[in-house]
Ligand binder design. Structure first.
Ligand code: SAM
Length: 290
């Protein structure tokens, strides 16, 4: 979808874009193809797209994957997507006003975050490929990353700063809560930058596309994961404070002292210097001693 076509579509319908919904649409064909290529799609794949907008990426996903589930919050864009991708006959056969689609597109008009939180979805066999709405990108990724059966691959276009946080390591400036909540189940892979000129309108932040691949073997069980989330949230609640002091609010001092000493972690260490694997081991020890 080229920029003039995009502008025309919007002006024909008198649509003023909504900044708070992060409506910056991709019009650079090469970049759209590169994002889809990172999905390594085959006809056997089911793809979740969050925020299809006017559908420039949707079009490519539909050509390469077997099934696309697209969730868009803006009713005006849902109408455009229906016209672009859904035949009249199928629209009539669709189950309700909120959902429509072609044989391989299911279009849902909803707030994606609420949709994901509302039920425990099983995303095994699915891939997320999306140019995410930047304001809700982090909670959406955390929700998908921590769900018991998350997508096998997530290819996401994001604010560059958020992408850097997602692939950070201990002691990096960007390392923190978001890094750990996502990396527990996903390994960050390739990242490429996307210049502001590839979007309409141009965002005033830098963007990047990051691939995350679900770990083959879980590092923690679902029950342990709940404790891990509590530990890392508490440990990063005040970045400059010693981790042991922060964790004492939730765990007995003796349990903490023993676990940290077993892992060779200094009592003075701050959370930003503790690696994912160490948080995982700490969680296992804390669960054992409960
Ligand atoms: N994928 C399109 C593209 O690349 O041109 C549009 C991407 S644009 C960055 C983000 C899209 O997400 C917009 O269409 C916006 O309306 C939609 N959106 C914003 N918040 C949303 C939410 N909570 N749930 C679903 N869609 C949302």
């Amino acid at each position: 979808m080229k920029l003039p076509e995009m502008r025309q579509m919007l002006s024909d319908r008198g649509i003023q874009l909504t900044k708070s919904l992060g409506q910056n649409f991709l019009h650079e064909e090469k970049v759209i193809q590169k994002i889809a290529a990172a999905g390594e799609l085959t006809r056997a794949d089911k793809v979740l797209e969050i925020g299809p907008g006017l559908g420039p990426l949707t079009e490519v996903l539909l050509a390469q994957a077997g099934e696309v589930l697209a969730i868009e919050m803006d009713a005006r864009l849902v109408e455009i997507l229906k016209r672009r991708f859904c035949s009249e006959s199928h629209l009539q056969a669709a189950s309700g006003p909120a959902e429509a689609g072609t044989p391989n597109l299911h279009l849902i008009h909803a707030d994606a975050l609420k949709y994901l939180e509302s039920d425990s979805h099983d995303w095994r066999g699915w891939k997320l490929v999306a140019n995410l709405p930047y304001s809700v990108a982090s909670p959406i990724l955390v929700e998908l990353a921590l769900t018991e059966h998350g997508p096998e691959r997530m290819v996401v276009t994001l604010q560059r700063e958020v992408a850097e946080r997602l692939r950070a390591k201990a002691n990096d400036e960007d390392y923190g809560l978001l890094t750990l909540l996502v990396q527990l189940n996903y390994e960050p892979k390739a990242l490429f930058k996307i210049s502001a000129g590839c979007f309409f309108p141009q965002p005033n932040v830098d963007s990047a596309c990051l691939t995350l691949v679900r770990r083959r073997h879980r590092l923690l069980t679902p029950a342990q994961t709940k404790v891990f989330v509590r530990v890392v949230k508490q440990a990063f609640s005040q970045r400059r404070k010693m981790m042991a002091k922060l964790l004492r609010a939730d765990w007995p001092e003796e349990v903490l002292r023993r676990a940290m000493s077993e892992l060779g972690l200094s009592p003075q260490i701050r959370a930003e210097a503790v690696a994912l694997e160490q948080f995982v081991q700490l969680t296992e020890l804390m669960v054992e001693t409960r």
